[in-house]
Write a protein that binds this ligand. Sequence first.
Ligand SMILES: Nc1ncnc2c1ncn2[C@@H]1O[C@H](COP(=O)(O)OP(=O)(O)O)[C@@H](O)[C@H]1O
Ligand SMILES: [Mg+2]
Length: 223
Amino acid sequence: MIEIKKLTKKYGDRTVLNIESLRVEKGETVVIVGPNGSGKSTLLKILSGTLTKTSGEIISHGDIYYLPQQCIPFRKTVRKNILFSVKNDSERIKRTDEILSLLSLSDFADRSAAGLSGGECQRLALGRVLVNDGDFLFLDEPSSAADIEGTEIIEKAITEYKRRTGCGILMTTHSPGQAKRLADRIIILHNGEIAEEGSPDELLASPKSLWGKRFIDFWKFVK
Ligand SMILES: Nc1ncnc2c1ncn2[C@@H]1O[C@H](COP(=O)(O)OP(=O)(O)O)[C@@H](O)[C@H]1O
Ligand SMILES: [Mg+2]
């Protein structure tokens, strides 16, 4: 279980995150949506330990893996990028091959990761996360650089991983379709605060908060 109580992050006088309470259970997928700058990445960075909080409490149990919004490949082949991330020695080669195949990266296995396209690099970064069995995944816009096919591959890989491990997932997205497909619960973040929380059907169809309504209207407009 991951639990947050009164979590804040400030830069100078500006509060960019102010979460009263949030809980993610194992087996549950919680999807965070919200405009640029609403604090999505800040929240995942703090939860993954890559950024310090200003105040508040975080209670977490279990192995956590984090996919940052930015894909940074190691200067190695695609296969080695994955291989170096496998914790379990006896399973390294097998797991690496499985993940390469799951993410349609087998054809690139022996190429330098530096030459990958944005979408391919994003699949590689996800592969480094999914190659180990974790209790919780924090995924920051896991398919933002992917095309339609890439998005399908990524969603399938995440779904398959969750089915196999029973992990809990906290992820962000800009795609309402993705939120609907993957979420058990959606959270709308606005100005660092939870504006609204609910099941995908309820929340996407009839948001109750002002910011929820504005955000969903904007989504509909863009679609
Ligand atoms: N190092 C920093 N110094 C000052 N402000 C920052 C810093 N990092 C992030 N912010 C601000 O915090 C807010 C939330 O950022 P972020 O969590 O990346 O938003 P999101 O992921 O929802 O687009 C933004 O307004 C951003 O400009
Ligand atoms: Mg972000």
